[in-house]
Each structure stands twice: as C-alpha cells, then as structure tokens.
Design a protein around this ligand. Sequence first.
Ligand SMILES: [Mn+2]
Length: 404
Amino acid sequence: MRILHTSDWHLGHLLLGQSRHAEHQQLIAWLGEQIRQQDIDLVLLTGDVFDSATPTSAARELYFELAMTVEAAGAQLVVVAGNHDAAATLQESRLLLEKLHTWVVPHRLSAAEHVRLLTNRQGEPALWLAAVPYLRPHELLLSRAGQDAEEKELALQQAITNCYAEIFFYIQAQQTTLARPVPIMMTGHLTVLGGSSSESVREIYIGKLRGFPATAFPTVDYVALGHLHQAQHISAPSPIYYSGSPLALSFDEAGQQKSMNLIDSQPDGLQIDTLPVPCWQALASIQTSLDSLVADVEARLSQLALSPAQALWLEIVLTDPQASRDVVDQVREQLASYPVQVLRVKRASRPVSVLQPADTVMLHELSVQDVFEQCLRQTEFDTETCQALQQRFALVCQQLEITA
Ligand SMILES: [Mn+2]
C-alpha cells in the first residue's frame, strides 16, 4: 500500500495580496498525475487545508476539485483539520465527501472514530490509520481557576499525550483480532519540539509550551504531521515527519525545495521516500542596497532561468541605512523592465513600506493577547514601557478571565 503524506495546503492563501489560486490548480492536477504514475492508494493531508476559517468560494471549489481529482485517479483522500481550519467548515461537507471516499476528521472524536483499518488492493488489512486533527485546547481542557500559565501548559501537554495514548491502546486491542499485526500510522497538527518554523506558521500554543515533546507520542511506525511548513524528520522512538507545505507560503520559505512523503507500507514495516513538488511561481527575497539592486536582481534572474511568461515575485530587503520615503517607487522604477513583481520592500531591520496589506489574518483567528502584542509592536515604546504594559494587560486579562 502506498501513501502520500502532505499538509498545509492553505487553499485561499494570499501572499501579500497575490492569489495562489492558479498554483493550487496546478498542484491538484500534478497530484492526480502522481497518483496514477506512482500507484498511490491514499493521500493524507494533515491539516491546514484552508488558509482561513471562513474560506472563499474559490478556495472551497479547489477543495472539492482536490477530492474529485484524488477519487478520479483511484486513490482515497484523508483530511484532518489544522489550526487554520474551522471544524464547522470541514464538518459541513464531510458526509458528502464520504461519497467520494474522502475521510474528513474536522475535530476531536472518540478514540474509535479516529481509527480505520485500511486494506490493500487484495483486500487484506494493510495499515492502521489514526487520523488525529489539531487538538484545540478547549476540546481537551476545562479551564480551572487558580491555575498559573505553567500549570495550564503542563495540563495541555498531558491531555494531548493522553489523547494519543487512548487511541493507541484502542488500536492495540483491535490488533489482537488480526491474523498478523499491521503497521500503525498516526497523524497530528502541532509543533513538536525540535522542529524548525517559518514566518507563515502561526504559534498555536500559549505561553511557554513551545512544542509537544517528540517522546510523548506512542511508539508507532510513522507519525504524519502538519503545521511546520518545512519538510523535516524528527528523531524519536517513532519516526516523526513533517511533509511541509507544497507551496512556499512566505518569503522565508522561498529557498525550500517543497516535497511530499511517499510511504510504502509492507507487512514488515514502512519505507519512506521524498517526492519533490514542482514550483509554479518563483519567489525570492533579495537583500541588497539601492546601488546594487539591479545587478543583484539580474544575477538572481539568470540563476532561475524562468520561462518568458513567468514573473518572479520579489521581496527586497534594503540595507541602505537611510532609505527615503519614496524608496518603493525608486525600487519599482529601477526594476520596471525586468520580469519581476515587487511585493514588498523592507528595511533590513524593520519594514519601511508595504505595497499590499500585510499577511491577511482575520481578527477572530487571533487571541486577545495576539492583538495586544501586535499593537504593541507597532508602537515606538522602549522595552521597559512595553514590559510594564504587557504585565498590566496580563493582569487585566486574568481579572476578566480571558485565556489565550
Ligand atoms: Mn499551516
């Protein structure tokens, strides 16, 4: 049985106002071809299917196109919710997509409901799949008065551990009913300690719980994760993999070769390979000065050798100490005759100008604390004042019992 592990598609994503729709369409078509060419039985999308909790009609259309393409190519699709996905949005079409052999897990369920025994083409049991989505703190914990931040974090970590353990024990009990044991795969959408992040990944844990310990997962054959956008393997008793996102979602991901994981499930274990994903829209972040701008952009263009129809999306990071107010116009003018589109110009330390509204984040996706932090970042207060304000704000939140 062959499984393709991918995550963080972020359908509906805008990069500084630029639509990714055409890239997602190409990605879906490419996936259909891969399923046929590589004889893939199952496509596993481990969270952040959509970029927003309220996806546009165009983004939903892509989601349905994905389900139809996978079905037409002869594979099964499994989708679990990520922190960007609203449970209700995935829930509403869950039964309808089941008709296309798509299994959608929109939120936390009972242990048995997270588990399916998948069979190979001969109809024999081939893989236990535990499809676990992003576990929202409110699904796991009852907020208790008097708990400090650290106690809350520990309680959350313990609750996630228990949730995985419960599912694992359920599988183990079922495993004994089979003639011979089959490999176990679990999914998740969370930050595991030791992983590396990028600009477009939103922190999902509160306070000091920066990540879930890799050793807290039950010992299984493969843990398929989403959330971090860079493909990576985390060493632990269980093989833990982030497939990474198939598209670069921020300029700091521009240099990454995007990929998916191709897993062969054999009776004696799993074999893991990497499937590189083509790049349909080149991005580059170039740190330069106004004097060397043109030369640096020319150099990058010659390295990339784009087709004549393609324009490179650029972020220019200027090192000039004193950039004037019309610096964006200057950059644009200098690059007018090149096949590039300048999406952002910023100063090496902090942004000087933004051509488009910054990364679109909806207010309802942020916590009260996030909003306060972002407001604070836009002020020019010194560190001491910031700290004092943060402390008072935390106190107000505590008194009003607002949790992140
Ligand atoms: Mn994501």
